[in-house]
Design a binder for this molecule. Structure first.
Ligand code: CO
Length: 217
């Protein structure tokens, strides 16, 4: 699809209109926004330009803290995502952490190819690890498109588990006054609809909890 906005100047023109429109509805809109944020949601999604989760869930500025990277990966050596997560659970005290992938994900597709893509192959190795964990199920799917779609889902599930494996997230879940929930979503670009994968962390913990559970520090 071709981009609707093609010139750099249009971004500023649109921004001025957007700011004026908000001021027209509420003259104190930006004054109130500048006082601080208390979002209930953290979203970790793909950088893909077709996945505008904040734009399709009705959330307004201030409602959702956001981290995006190629193929919505939660890597425990990535200072960026760890910092976002720590701030979200310890300072903002979000109640929902959502990992959102999407079908037609170029990152997931690239991770299934054997040709080189440069530096990003090292990032996409995280997704190859997901494939390795689930290769029996994935290799049994003969249709390449269906196999890609399933890997998109499994990647979301494993990255959500990765969130739950983080020490300070485990502490926050134990100490939280309100429940802290971890969700996995997949966005279907063809329909514009989000699917909740209804990740069952309790069952996963029953199986793997003895390996990843760290106890309160
Ligand atoms: Co993607």
């Amino acid at each position: 699809m071709r981009s609707k906005i093609t010139t750099y100047e249009e971004l500023f023109e649109n921004n001025r209109q957007w700011a004026a429109e908000n001021l027209r509805k509420d003259p104190k809109y930006f004054e109130k926004m500048a006082r601080g944020q208390k979002p209930h949601f953290l979203l970790i999604s793909c950088s893909d330009s077709r996945v505008p989760i904040t734009g399709i869930t009705g959330v307004a500025p201030g409602d959702m803290f956001v981290h995006r990277n190629v193929a919505n990966v939660v890597d425990h050596t990535d200072m960026n995502v760890l910092s976002v997560l720590q701030y979200s659970v310890e300072v903002l005290k979000v109640q929902h952490i959502i990992v959102c992938g999407h079908y037609n994900c170029g990152g997931v597709a690239a991770s299934m190819e054997s040709k080189p893509h440069g530096l990003i192959d090292n990032w996409l190795r995280n997704i190859r690890d997901v494939y390795r964990l689930h290769y029996r199920e994935l290799d049994a799917i003969s249709d390449p498109e269906q196999r890609r779609r399933r890997l998109v889902e499994l990647n979301v599930i494993e990255q959500a588990y990765n969130v739950a494996k983080i020490s300070f997230v485990q502490n926050a879940i134990r100490r939280a006054h309100k429940p802290l929930e971890i969700h996995g979503w997949v966005y279907e670009i063809r329909t514009g609809l989000i699917k909740d994968l209804e990740i069952d962390l309790e069952t996963a913990y029953a199986e793997h909890g003895h390996i990843y559970e760290m106890g309160t520090s």
